[in-house]
Design a protein around this ligand. Structure first.
Ligand code: ACO
Length: 436
């Protein structure tokens, strides 16, 4: 069978090269043979922000951004959100298939029995400033866990890796809940092993003096659905950081801390917090047209709109909108929903957004639900990080077991000085330009 090839002619040398095409890609390393002479390094690709570069082969999450499709291991997100629990989906991401009843029971039992934080972790967290941002607390505490489980460094040992995976998935809700209670000045609530993953998280967040916390089933299911929707999203910014940090063979706690740090930015997981700020700033449904006009004039962005991959409605946003209605039946309607719906309506009819294929993304409606549930906006990105831990770990494990992967190390195009003559301190003049 003949192989697809890309024939390129180098105008500098008039030489033609045949580059194999596989899976719609050429290998960047195949370009290296294209040289002008023996002392030429060879051709590279230049792709700031990875706009057109596949960094790995992956079988975890599939996205067709033009058609608005998202699948975990071949299972459409809509089906998983309707029929599965978050831990079932986490198992799917990590092990490749949905669990049997027995496997699920064992998995849930294992996760449930790893939810407690080491007392030193608790004490560590108690020392954060009273108004510390919960994402800062989460990132730091994930990193600090590396000091409690030093054996996690042994990343080539599969059973050891699995133990750390279980710990991270089990403990991240405990850390998140503690960061929340810390900001309110409430004491830490220990996990309750009788409860499901989402219910136990709610218990650790909201239990006060009652002997046993009973979660509202609609809210618990809504949280579980939100967890499913946020569990993975192929090679996004934080997954890429998880893989990149992990590629140096850093332990999973430190790699996850790096990934969580990447998630915290307002262009990534931090967008849900920004959406709420934006809706507050807009104030009312009536003020939406003026706000959209300002955005079109180049004053800021519509937070919760646009996506690197989706050029169609984000399938997660549709499910979140549906979930919001269920939550509002319990909590009462969040008045911000009307502003958000109006914003979506106007934006989707506007030439500026149509031309750029800007649709609501996962963050557009999630914050409105979280707020109705009683969370402060500072907690929103933490709520994103909890389920995303499963995705990060699946990506990390896939990277470590991929023979083609090595330490992640991009190249650069040098734009600085040629070798300069050293000027002794006393003879240096003032800077000609402002420091960058
Ligand atoms: N509001 C207004 N204009 C926008 C928006 C927006 N939200 N997003 C993109 N655009 C415009 C850009 O200004 C640009 O216009 P131009 O062609 O006239 O210069 C064009 O649309 C293309 O945008 P890029 O920034 O090139 O798209 P990119 O793929 O690099 O960025 C991103 C994607 C970061 C998500 C961007 O759409 C954005 O900043 N959105 C708001 C933040 C947000 O909601 N982030 C959450 C993403 S989902 C997640 O991470 C979980």
């Amino acid at each position: 069978m003949s192989q697809d090839v890309l024939n390129v002619t180098d105008s500098r040398t008039n030489q033609t090269y045949s580059l194999p095409i596989e899976n719609g890609t050429i290998r960047a390393m195949d370009l290296r043979q294209i040289k002008t002479g023996s002392d030429d390094f060879g051709l590279m690709t230049y792709d700031p922000a990875f706009m057109n570069t596949a960094s790995c082969r992956s079988s975890i999450t599939f996205i067709d951004g033009d058609r608005g499709i998202l699948q975990y291991r071949g299972n459409p997100i809509e089906v998983l959100a309707e029929h599965c629990s978050f831990l079932e989906v986490a198992y799917l991401l990590l092990f490749g298939d949905l669990p049997t009843q027995h496997e699920l029971a064992e998995w849930v039992g294992e996760i449930t029995h790893h939810t407690m934080l080491h007392e030193t972790t608790k004490r560590f967290m108690e020392n954060f400033r009273y108004n510390a941002h919960p994402m800062g607390m989460l990132v730091s505490t994930l990193a600090a866990m590396s000091t409690i489980y030093p054996e996690a460094r042994n990343i080539h040992d599969a059973p050891n890796r699995l133990l750390q995976i279980k710990r991270l998935i089990a403990k991240i809700p405990s850390i998140a809940a503690m960061s929340y209670r810390h900001s309110l000045g409430f004491p830490y609530v220990y996990p309750d092993n009788d409860l499901s993953y989402a219910e136990n998280f709610m218990n650790m967040l909201w239990k006060m003096v009652e002997p046993k916390y009973v979660a509202n089933p609609v809210m618990a299911r809504a949280l579980d659905i939100l967890f499913i929707l946020h569990a993975d999203h192929e090679q996004n910014c934080s997954a890429n950081v998880m893989r990149s940090a992990g590629s140096s063979h850093a332990d999973p706690y430190l790699s996850a801390a790096a990934a969580a740090a990447a998630l915290s930015g307002p262009l990534h997981g931090g967008a849900n917090e920004e959406v709420l700020k934006m809706l507050d700033e807009i104030g009312s449904k009536e003020a939406v047209p003026a706000y959209v006009k300002r955005v079109k004039e180049g004053h800021g962005k519509l937070m919760g709109f646009g996506h690197r991959v989706y050029k169609n409605y984000d399938p997660r946003a549709k499910i979140i909108k549906w979930t919001a209605e269920r939550v509002f039946e319990v909590t009462g309607r969040n008045p911000k929903l009307d502003t958000a719906l109006e914003l979506e309506r106007i934006a989707l009819e506007d030439e500026y957004f149509i031309k750029r294929k800007l649709y609501p993304n996962v963050d557009f409606y999630s914050g409105i639900i979280y707020q109705a549930m009683g969370f402060k906006p500072e907690m929103f990105t933490v709520l994103f990080a909890i389920p995303r831990m499963a995705g990060w770990l699946a990506q990390w494990q896939e990277m470590l077991t991929d023979d083609e992967q090595k330490i992640s190390r991009p190249r650069q195009i040098w734009t600085g000085h040629a070798t300069r003559e050293f000027i002794p301190l006393a003879k240096r003049g003032p800077l000609a330009t402002t420091p960058r």
